[in-house]
Design a protein around this ligand. Structure first.
Ligand code: DC
Length: 201
């Protein structure tokens, strides 16, 4: 069976949590595509050419322990504006989207560019303040600085020419500002369930 769930949205909206939970519930494979850009960014931060890094990205790059920091996120967002970096990562993501047994991919451009044919497309958002507080609980740091960091990254991700962050026209919007994570997961699961049965949720 080929069945793809595309989950996009800004930083720290909860898309990773929803993606992991949906994948676990249905036995689908999960790809956090942000990790690809974070791994390229980490190599660029060490002085490498980001396009060359994207072209020979290896599993060991994704296993680095330093990819989750705010700084790694900014580097990821900066290399992600480069069309050649994005192009180098497309085939891997499309292959993953079509793998047998079902796949969930989360990122910024999955439903718009990587796999617009996905059976389920979600765009997960939350208010800036709620997202910043969630991120601060993971990374520590000062609330105002974390909020400024998220806003800078979102602005860059949405304004770039190459595959900007935006909802696919037919994506279901899931605003997690006032939803518990369990409620957001249940909504996503019921949408996937309905699509698997061939009808609306
Ligand atoms: O999901 P994340 O916060 O780990 O992503 C880090 C950065 O990578 C994000 O700010 C922009 C970039 N990114 C992208 O351009 N396209 C994707 N599909 C995923 C991430």
């Amino acid at each position: 069976m080929i069945f793809t769930v595309a989950i996009d949205g800004p930083a720290a909206a909860g898309k990773g949590t929803v993606a992991r939970a949906v994948a676990a519930r249905f036995g689908f494979a999960h790809l956090d595509t942000g990790l690809l850009y974070r791994a390229v960014g980490a190599r660029a931060a060490a002085g490498e050419d980001p396009v060359a890094a994207a072209r020979d990205l290896a599993p060991a790059d994704l296993a680095r322990g330093d990819l989750r920091s705010l700084e790694a996120g900014q580097w990821a967002s900066r290399v992600a504006v480069l069309p050649e970096v994005r192009a180098a990562l497309v085939d891997f993501q499309r292959g993953f989207a079509r793998r047998a047994g079902g796949a969930v991919l989360d990122g910024r451009d999955i439903g718009t560019v990587i796999y617009p044919e996905a059976e389920v497309k979600l765009y997960v958002t939350a208010s800036d303040e709620v997202r910043a507080e969630r991120r601060r609980q993971e990374t520590g740091g000062e609330a105002a600085a974390v909020l400024a960091d998220l806003r800078a990254r979102d602005a860059r991700d949405a304004a770039r020419d190459a595959a900007p962050m935006r909802p696919a026209p037919d994506a279901v919007l899931l605003d997690t500002t006032e939803l518990t994570i369990d409620a957001a997961v249940e909504r996503a699961v019921s949408l996937v369930d309905a699509a698997l049965r061939g009808g609306p949720a």
